[in-house]
Ligand binder design. Sequence first.
Ligand code: NAP
Length: 274
Amino acid sequence: MKISGRTNITGIFGYPVEHTLSPSMHNAAFESIGLDYCYVPFLVHPDNLADAVRSVKALTMTGVNVTVPHKEKVMPLLDEINEEASFIGAVNTIVNSGEKLVGYNTDGRGFMQSLSENGVEVKDKDVVIIGAGGAARAIGYYLCRDAGRLSVHGRSREKVGKLVEDLKRLEKSVSALDDISDIERFQIVINATPLGLKENDALPFNPELLKEEQVVCDLIYGTTPLLVEAAKKGCVTVDGLGMLLWQGVLAFELWTGKRPPVEVMRNALRGSIK
Ligand code: NAP
Protein backbone atom coordinates (compact mmCIF):
# COMPACT_ATOMS: atom_id res chain seq x y z
CA MET A 1 0.00 0.00 0.00
CA LYS A 2 1.33 3.43 -0.97
CA ILE A 3 0.22 6.37 1.19
CA SER A 4 0.32 9.77 -0.49
CA GLY A 5 -1.12 13.23 0.04
CA ARG A 6 -4.22 12.10 -1.85
CA THR A 7 -4.94 8.91 0.15
CA ASN A 8 -8.40 8.76 1.69
CA ILE A 9 -8.26 7.79 5.36
CA THR A 10 -10.82 5.48 7.00
CA GLY A 11 -10.48 3.47 10.18
CA ILE A 12 -12.06 2.30 13.40
CA PHE A 13 -12.44 3.89 16.85
CA GLY A 14 -12.52 1.35 19.69
CA TYR A 15 -11.26 0.69 23.19
CA PRO A 16 -9.69 -1.84 23.05
CA VAL A 17 -9.01 -2.06 19.34
CA GLU A 18 -6.03 -4.39 18.98
CA HIS A 19 -8.13 -7.48 18.13
CA THR A 20 -10.14 -5.86 15.34
CA LEU A 21 -10.26 -7.82 12.06
CA SER A 22 -11.65 -4.89 10.06
CA PRO A 23 -8.31 -3.37 8.91
CA SER A 24 -7.34 -6.61 7.18
CA MET A 25 -10.58 -6.88 5.19
CA HIS A 26 -10.83 -3.21 4.21
CA ASN A 27 -7.17 -2.74 3.30
CA ALA A 28 -7.21 -5.96 1.26
CA ALA A 29 -10.28 -4.69 -0.60
CA PHE A 30 -8.85 -1.21 -1.27
CA GLU A 31 -5.64 -2.70 -2.57
CA SER A 32 -7.33 -5.35 -4.67
CA ILE A 33 -9.35 -2.84 -6.71
CA GLY A 34 -6.69 -0.11 -6.66
CA LEU A 35 -8.53 2.45 -4.54
CA ASP A 36 -6.35 5.10 -2.92
CA TYR A 37 -7.79 4.48 0.54
CA CYS A 38 -6.43 3.06 3.78
CA TYR A 39 -8.02 1.81 7.01
CA VAL A 40 -6.34 2.44 10.37
CA PRO A 41 -7.27 1.18 13.86
CA PHE A 42 -7.39 4.00 16.45
CA LEU A 43 -7.31 3.29 20.18
CA VAL A 44 -9.73 5.93 21.48
CA HIS A 45 -10.15 6.19 25.25
CA PRO A 46 -13.77 7.02 26.20
CA ASP A 47 -12.59 10.36 27.64
CA ASN A 48 -11.22 11.29 24.19
CA LEU A 49 -14.19 10.26 22.06
CA ALA A 50 -15.43 13.81 21.39
CA ASP A 51 -11.93 14.93 20.31
CA ALA A 52 -11.56 11.84 18.12
CA VAL A 53 -14.90 12.50 16.40
CA ARG A 54 -13.95 16.16 15.80
CA SER A 55 -10.71 14.92 14.24
CA VAL A 56 -12.65 13.06 11.52
CA LYS A 57 -13.62 16.46 10.10
CA ALA A 58 -10.41 18.26 11.08
CA LEU A 59 -8.23 15.63 9.38
CA THR A 60 -10.63 15.32 6.41
CA MET A 61 -11.00 11.60 6.93
CA THR A 62 -13.52 9.84 4.68
CA GLY A 63 -15.18 8.09 7.60
CA VAL A 64 -14.69 5.58 10.38
CA ASN A 65 -16.23 2.53 11.97
CA VAL A 66 -17.10 2.75 15.64
CA THR A 67 -16.96 -0.22 17.96
CA VAL A 68 -17.25 -1.11 21.66
CA PRO A 69 -17.63 0.94 23.87
CA HIS A 70 -18.42 3.95 21.65
CA LYS A 71 -21.36 2.85 19.50
CA GLU A 72 -24.01 4.62 21.62
CA LYS A 73 -21.98 7.48 23.10
CA VAL A 74 -20.91 8.68 19.65
CA MET A 75 -24.48 9.50 18.58
CA PRO A 76 -24.88 12.98 20.13
CA LEU A 77 -21.49 13.96 18.67
CA LEU A 78 -22.69 13.55 15.06
CA ASP A 79 -24.53 16.00 12.80
CA GLU A 80 -27.03 13.48 11.48
CA ILE A 81 -28.09 9.89 12.20
CA ASN A 82 -29.95 7.76 9.69
CA GLU A 83 -33.32 6.22 10.59
CA GLU A 84 -32.03 2.69 11.18
CA ALA A 85 -29.20 3.76 13.50
CA SER A 86 -31.62 6.00 15.41
CA PHE A 87 -33.95 3.06 16.00
CA ILE A 88 -31.11 0.77 17.03
CA GLY A 89 -29.65 3.47 19.27
CA ALA A 90 -26.12 2.76 18.05
CA VAL A 91 -23.82 3.81 15.20
CA ASN A 92 -21.13 1.57 13.73
CA THR A 93 -20.21 3.65 10.66
CA ILE A 94 -19.62 7.40 10.27
CA VAL A 95 -19.42 9.09 6.87
CA ASN A 96 -17.78 12.53 6.57
CA SER A 97 -19.59 14.38 3.79
CA GLY A 98 -17.33 17.41 4.22
CA GLU A 99 -20.00 19.48 5.91
CA LYS A 100 -21.59 16.80 8.03
CA LEU A 101 -20.73 13.64 9.96
CA VAL A 102 -23.54 11.16 9.34
CA GLY A 103 -24.03 8.03 11.47
CA TYR A 104 -25.23 4.66 10.14
CA ASN A 105 -25.60 1.16 11.54
CA THR A 106 -24.80 -1.62 9.06
CA ASP A 107 -24.93 -4.57 11.52
CA GLY A 108 -28.58 -5.57 10.96
CA ARG A 109 -28.39 -5.48 7.18
CA GLY A 110 -25.07 -7.31 7.39
CA PHE A 111 -26.72 -10.13 9.34
CA MET A 112 -29.62 -10.40 6.88
CA GLN A 113 -27.18 -10.57 3.97
CA SER A 114 -25.29 -13.34 5.77
CA LEU A 115 -28.51 -15.35 6.23
CA SER A 116 -29.36 -14.85 2.59
CA GLU A 117 -25.97 -16.03 1.29
CA ASN A 118 -26.32 -19.13 3.48
CA GLY A 119 -29.64 -19.90 1.80
CA VAL A 120 -31.67 -19.14 4.95
CA GLU A 121 -35.08 -17.69 4.09
CA VAL A 122 -36.82 -15.89 6.99
CA LYS A 123 -40.16 -15.16 5.33
CA ASP A 124 -43.05 -16.78 7.27
CA LYS A 125 -40.59 -18.38 9.72
CA ASP A 126 -40.85 -18.47 13.51
CA VAL A 127 -37.64 -16.81 14.73
CA VAL A 128 -36.23 -16.36 18.24
CA ILE A 129 -33.43 -13.99 19.25
CA ILE A 130 -31.64 -14.76 22.52
CA GLY A 131 -30.26 -11.54 23.98
CA ALA A 132 -31.62 -8.01 24.05
CA GLY A 133 -28.51 -5.83 23.60
CA GLY A 134 -27.29 -3.72 20.69
CA ALA A 135 -26.82 -6.60 18.23
CA ALA A 136 -30.27 -8.07 19.03
CA ARG A 137 -31.78 -4.63 18.38
CA ALA A 138 -29.90 -4.29 15.06
CA ILE A 139 -31.05 -7.65 13.70
CA GLY A 140 -34.51 -7.32 15.26
CA TYR A 141 -35.04 -4.16 13.20
CA TYR A 142 -35.06 -6.34 10.04
CA LEU A 143 -36.31 -9.65 11.41
CA CYS A 144 -39.49 -8.19 12.91
CA ARG A 145 -40.66 -7.20 9.44
CA ASP A 146 -39.19 -10.00 7.34
CA ALA A 147 -39.94 -13.04 9.54
CA GLY A 148 -43.37 -14.57 10.15
CA ARG A 149 -43.14 -14.15 13.92
CA LEU A 150 -40.30 -12.87 16.10
CA SER A 151 -39.72 -13.73 19.77
CA VAL A 152 -37.05 -12.26 22.04
CA HIS A 153 -35.64 -14.05 25.07
CA GLY A 154 -33.12 -12.64 27.55
CA ARG A 155 -32.05 -12.68 31.16
CA SER A 156 -33.25 -9.13 31.81
CA ARG A 157 -37.05 -8.94 31.52
CA GLU A 158 -36.86 -5.18 31.52
CA LYS A 159 -34.47 -5.03 28.54
CA VAL A 160 -36.43 -7.66 26.60
CA GLY A 161 -39.68 -5.77 27.35
CA LYS A 162 -38.24 -2.49 26.06
CA LEU A 163 -36.87 -4.08 22.87
CA VAL A 164 -40.17 -5.88 22.16
CA GLU A 165 -42.14 -2.68 22.79
CA ASP A 166 -39.91 -0.77 20.33
CA LEU A 167 -40.02 -3.51 17.67
CA LYS A 168 -43.82 -3.72 17.98
CA ARG A 169 -43.96 -0.15 16.72
CA LEU A 170 -42.49 -1.46 13.46
CA GLU A 171 -44.40 -4.76 13.31
CA LYS A 172 -47.05 -6.27 15.61
CA SER A 173 -46.00 -9.94 15.48
CA VAL A 174 -43.18 -9.59 18.04
CA SER A 175 -43.33 -11.00 21.55
CA ALA A 176 -41.22 -11.60 24.65
CA LEU A 177 -40.39 -15.22 25.40
CA ASP A 178 -39.92 -16.04 29.09
CA ASP A 179 -39.30 -19.74 28.81
CA ILE A 180 -36.72 -21.09 26.36
CA SER A 181 -37.44 -24.77 27.04
CA ASP A 182 -39.56 -25.12 23.88
CA ILE A 183 -36.73 -24.03 21.56
CA GLU A 184 -37.72 -26.78 19.09
CA ARG A 185 -40.75 -24.80 17.95
CA PHE A 186 -38.59 -22.10 16.31
CA GLN A 187 -37.35 -22.61 12.78
CA ILE A 188 -34.54 -20.09 13.28
CA VAL A 189 -32.71 -19.63 16.61
CA ILE A 190 -30.19 -16.79 17.01
CA ASN A 191 -27.69 -16.34 19.83
CA ALA A 192 -27.14 -12.58 20.24
CA THR A 193 -25.41 -12.85 23.62
CA PRO A 194 -21.65 -13.10 24.17
CA LEU A 195 -22.13 -16.61 25.65
CA GLY A 196 -19.56 -18.76 23.86
CA LEU A 197 -16.84 -16.11 23.61
CA LYS A 198 -15.08 -17.35 26.74
CA GLU A 199 -13.86 -20.90 27.16
CA ASN A 200 -16.00 -21.89 30.16
CA ASP A 201 -19.19 -20.07 29.17
CA ALA A 202 -22.51 -21.86 29.61
CA LEU A 203 -24.51 -22.47 26.44
CA PRO A 204 -27.40 -20.02 25.90
CA PHE A 205 -29.89 -22.96 25.97
CA ASN A 206 -29.88 -26.75 26.10
CA PRO A 207 -28.86 -27.90 22.59
CA GLU A 208 -30.27 -31.38 23.26
CA LEU A 209 -33.68 -29.84 22.54
CA LEU A 210 -32.72 -28.93 18.96
CA LYS A 211 -34.15 -30.78 15.97
CA GLU A 212 -32.58 -31.51 12.61
CA GLU A 213 -34.53 -29.06 10.48
CA GLN A 214 -33.74 -25.98 12.60
CA VAL A 215 -31.33 -23.17 11.66
CA VAL A 216 -29.04 -22.06 14.52
CA CYS A 217 -27.10 -18.79 14.19
CA ASP A 218 -24.45 -17.34 16.47
CA LEU A 219 -23.40 -13.70 16.10
CA ILE A 220 -19.99 -14.67 17.49
CA TYR A 221 -17.69 -15.64 14.65
CA GLY A 222 -15.91 -18.93 14.29
CA THR A 223 -16.86 -22.39 15.50
CA THR A 224 -18.67 -21.65 18.74
CA PRO A 225 -19.63 -24.37 21.26
CA LEU A 226 -23.31 -23.73 20.47
CA LEU A 227 -22.78 -24.26 16.74
CA VAL A 228 -20.75 -27.41 17.37
CA GLU A 229 -23.64 -28.90 19.40
CA ALA A 230 -26.24 -27.71 16.88
CA ALA A 231 -24.30 -29.31 14.02
CA LYS A 232 -24.23 -32.61 15.97
CA LYS A 233 -28.04 -32.43 16.03
CA GLY A 234 -28.05 -31.98 12.26
CA CYS A 235 -29.09 -28.30 12.32
CA VAL A 236 -28.01 -25.79 9.67
CA THR A 237 -25.51 -23.46 11.37
CA VAL A 238 -24.47 -19.88 10.56
CA ASP A 239 -21.72 -18.10 12.52
CA GLY A 240 -21.08 -14.36 12.88
CA LEU A 241 -18.27 -14.05 10.34
CA GLY A 242 -20.73 -13.36 7.53
CA MET A 243 -22.35 -10.57 9.56
CA LEU A 244 -18.93 -9.03 10.21
CA LEU A 245 -18.08 -9.30 6.53
CA TRP A 246 -21.32 -7.79 5.22
CA GLN A 247 -21.46 -4.93 7.73
CA GLY A 248 -17.98 -4.10 6.39
CA VAL A 249 -19.10 -4.40 2.77
CA LEU A 250 -21.92 -1.93 3.48
CA ALA A 251 -19.54 0.50 5.25
CA PHE A 252 -17.13 0.25 2.30
CA GLU A 253 -19.96 1.17 -0.07
CA LEU A 254 -20.94 4.15 2.08
CA TRP A 255 -17.36 5.49 2.07
CA THR A 256 -16.38 4.82 -1.52
CA GLY A 257 -19.66 4.58 -3.45
CA LYS A 258 -18.20 1.41 -4.97
CA ARG A 259 -19.01 -2.28 -4.67
CA PRO A 260 -16.06 -3.98 -2.92
CA PRO A 261 -14.51 -7.34 -3.88
CA VAL A 262 -16.47 -9.38 -1.32
CA GLU A 263 -14.45 -12.59 -1.65
CA VAL A 264 -11.19 -10.69 -1.11
CA MET A 265 -12.65 -9.30 2.11
CA ARG A 266 -13.91 -12.72 3.21
CA ASN A 267 -10.53 -14.35 2.61
CA ALA A 268 -8.73 -11.54 4.46
CA LEU A 269 -11.05 -12.02 7.43
CA ARG A 270 -10.59 -15.78 7.44
CA GLY A 271 -6.84 -15.33 7.20
CA SER A 272 -6.72 -13.01 10.20
CA ILE A 273 -8.76 -15.19 12.58
CA LYS A 274 -6.43 -16.87 15.04
P1 NAP B 1 -24.57 -6.13 24.39
O1 NAP B 1 -25.22 -4.90 23.89
O2 NAP B 1 -23.68 -6.07 25.58
O3 NAP B 1 -25.75 -7.20 24.68
C1 NAP B 1 -25.47 -8.49 25.11
C2 NAP B 1 -26.76 -9.23 25.45
O4 NAP B 1 -26.40 -10.53 25.94
C3 NAP B 1 -27.58 -8.58 26.56
O5 NAP B 1 -28.94 -8.88 26.37
C4 NAP B 1 -27.05 -9.29 27.80
O6 NAP B 1 -27.95 -9.34 28.87
C5 NAP B 1 -26.86 -10.69 27.27
N1 NAP B 1 -25.87 -11.41 28.07
C6 NAP B 1 -24.60 -11.02 28.34
N2 NAP B 1 -23.99 -11.94 29.11
C7 NAP B 1 -24.90 -12.92 29.34
C8 NAP B 1 -24.89 -14.12 30.09
N3 NAP B 1 -23.80 -14.50 30.75
N4 NAP B 1 -26.02 -14.86 30.12
C9 NAP B 1 -27.12 -14.48 29.45
N5 NAP B 1 -27.20 -13.34 28.73
C10 NAP B 1 -26.10 -12.58 28.67
O7 NAP B 1 -23.70 -6.82 23.26
P2 NAP B 1 -24.01 -6.81 21.68
O8 NAP B 1 -23.31 -5.69 21.05
O9 NAP B 1 -25.49 -6.96 21.50
O10 NAP B 1 -23.24 -8.13 21.21
C11 NAP B 1 -23.76 -9.42 21.47
C12 NAP B 1 -22.89 -10.47 20.76
O11 NAP B 1 -22.96 -10.26 19.35
C13 NAP B 1 -21.41 -10.36 21.14
O12 NAP B 1 -20.90 -11.65 21.25
C14 NAP B 1 -20.78 -9.66 19.95
O13 NAP B 1 -19.44 -10.05 19.76
C15 NAP B 1 -21.66 -10.19 18.81
N6 NAP B 1 -21.68 -9.25 17.67
C16 NAP B 1 -21.23 -9.73 16.48
C17 NAP B 1 -21.23 -8.90 15.36
C18 NAP B 1 -20.72 -9.44 14.05
O14 NAP B 1 -20.45 -8.64 13.16
N7 NAP B 1 -20.62 -10.73 13.90
C19 NAP B 1 -21.69 -7.56 15.46
C20 NAP B 1 -22.15 -7.11 16.70
C21 NAP B 1 -22.14 -7.97 17.81
P3 NAP B 1 -28.05 -8.10 29.90
O15 NAP B 1 -28.70 -7.03 29.11
O16 NAP B 1 -28.87 -8.63 31.00
O17 NAP B 1 -26.64 -7.76 30.28
